[in-house]
Write a protein that binds this ligand. Sequence first.
Ligand code: GLA
Length: 363
Amino acid sequence: MKFPYILFLSLGLFLNGNSQDLKPQLPSLCKQYQEFFLIGAAVSPQVLKSADSTLVIDQYNSLVCENQMKPMWIQPQENVFMFKNADYVVAFAKRHNMKLRGHTLVWHNQTPGWFFKDGDKPASKELLAERMHKHIQTLVSRYKDDVYCWDVVNEAVSEEKDEYLRTSSPWYKIMGEDFIELAFRYAHEANPKAKLFYNDYNAWQPEKRDKIIRLVKSLKDKGVQVDGIGMQGHWKIGSPTKEQIETAIDMFSALGVTVQITELDVSVYQSDKDKEVKMTPELEQQQADYYQMCFDVFREKKDKVSSVTFWGAADNHTWLDNFPVRGRKNYPLLFDTKLQPKKAFNQIIKIEASPKPLPKEGA
Ligand code: GLA
């Protein structure tokens, strides 16, 4: 049996030049986490056409379009659907056997103004509902064999202290609270098999968390199908705390829905006022420890958490370079600007076997 192995080895050395060129293969995060949950990344066709695509294929088993399925991009004018870019991501996911999240159907941001207008006047509730129906029906049924879950409504809950829902949203202004229920009903009608999510940021904040719970509970009480809550997870080193993350996951899960971390990135800045920094080894270590804590929690709650998606594949492309401060470089992901693994990657790839429970007294 030795002979074919030696032949195989020498062929490998031949193809690789010499043995020193053989780079150790990076372990794959999604394979390592196969028994826990999906590991995803937000991508664009540009990312998938670049050198980053190898990293995406190796490390992630779930994708979401960073922008291409948002209303502004997919239906920029009434009845003008631009599917090309979204289709590209869909085909890539299919080719590489990856799951695909759909993001997002109804949102107050990145939705073109025409939705809310009727000539010079604001659209009526009926007209807006009709447009919502058409939009959701078109997208959800087009991708019904490809997209397994949708962020049906994004960020409808208010951050204002005494306000429940975001009343400044044009959806709310025209349709009132009903827009949320209708969006879920339309999505279910278009693909009864799709898993339907409510998605929001700062979902760990106690006041906001409780409003999300109120919303999802009220939808379920009305018999509306809601399968999951997406915690976006645009976090920063040190915040939210372990306990805040745990409590939110537990409380959401108690509603009978699955939880997904949908847009994870960990900013190296604490506030808008912080000056641009270089990624020092100390900062990288702090970020790695924070990431490790998050993944310890996610793993421990693997029965409640079905997917963790990063908002980007590597630090060479992140929306945080321009938000909340334009042009301030950020380093929020697991791979650096040269696509090399950071300390955070090295720490979360190591899954310690969970300690055996101590034998019960008297046992
Ligand atoms: C929100 C949205 C995402 C994306 C990010 C920033 O979290 O849900 O689609 O726009 O902001 O890129």
